[in-house]
Design a protein around this ligand. Structure first.
Ligand SMILES: [Fe+2]
Length: 211
């Protein structure tokens, strides 16, 4: 047997190393959310409506805009690394013209069904995963582009927060927005446009377990 590996042997080894590196990269990407610390909180703002529709397809009346899909995993437990099944996740955001539907607050029952849009409530699945489909919100006022969130899970501190678009981090727009300062990295969500033109983002959320 030769003391030197044959070229084909080297190719096989290098090939498997490359595949191993690739798999490790995928594993890291999937674990990224679990590496976030507790998700920071932010204000609910003036446009929160209680008892929003129980749907994750929240552009219910076909408002115009760029399709958007945001998904992720809800984590918790004492180490913040356990996927939480059955967490209640609520989101709301403005439309492509910067208007909320309704552009107010209160109770769902205060409004006509046709006035309610871009708000909804879903549950995390057995692996802690959730997903919402909507349209990309616009900017309004001095705000960064954002989505509002409220998450409730048994045994954990309820969380109200906002997520942002990574592309706006460090921009003049970010600096003009004083609603939410010192936002941790995990709340700056990267949205990529897929082949179907959908803006796809992943937002993993870490809840704090109650003592
Ligand atoms: Fe808002």
């Amino acid at each position: 047997m030769s003391a030197h590996p044959t070229p084909s042997y080297r190719r096989r080894v290098l090939g498997s190393l490359a595949a191993g590196t690739l798999l490790a990269g995928v594993a890291r990407a999937h674990a990224a959310g679990a590496l976030c610390g507790p998700t920071g909180s932010s204000t609910a703002g003036p446009f929160y409506v209680r008892n929003a529709p129980q749907t994750t397809q929240i552009n219910r009346h076909g408002l115009p805009g760029t399709p958007m899909q945001v998904s992720g995993t809800i984590y918790g437990g004492t180490d913040g690394r356990q996927p939480l099944a059955g967490a209640v996740i609520e989101i709301w955001h403005c439309d492509a013209a910067g208007q909320y539907h309704p552009n107010g607050s209160g109770e769902l029952a205060d409004y006509l069904a046709t006035d309610v849009d871009l708000r909804g409530i879903g549950l995390s699945d057995a692996e802690g995963r959730y997903r919402f489909d909507s349209i990309v919100p616009a900017h309004y006022g001095n705000r960064r582009r954002h989505i509002h969130w409220r998450i409730v899970a048994p045994g954990h501190r309820p969380l109200v927060t906002q997520s942002y678009w990574l592309e706006e981090k460090g921009t003049a727009r970010e600096r003009r927005d004083f609603v939410d300062r010192n936002v941790e990295d995990c709340r700056w969500v990267r949205f990529d446009t897929d082949a179907a033109g959908v803006a796809v983002g992943r937002f993993d959320i870490v809840l704090v377990a109650l003592a």
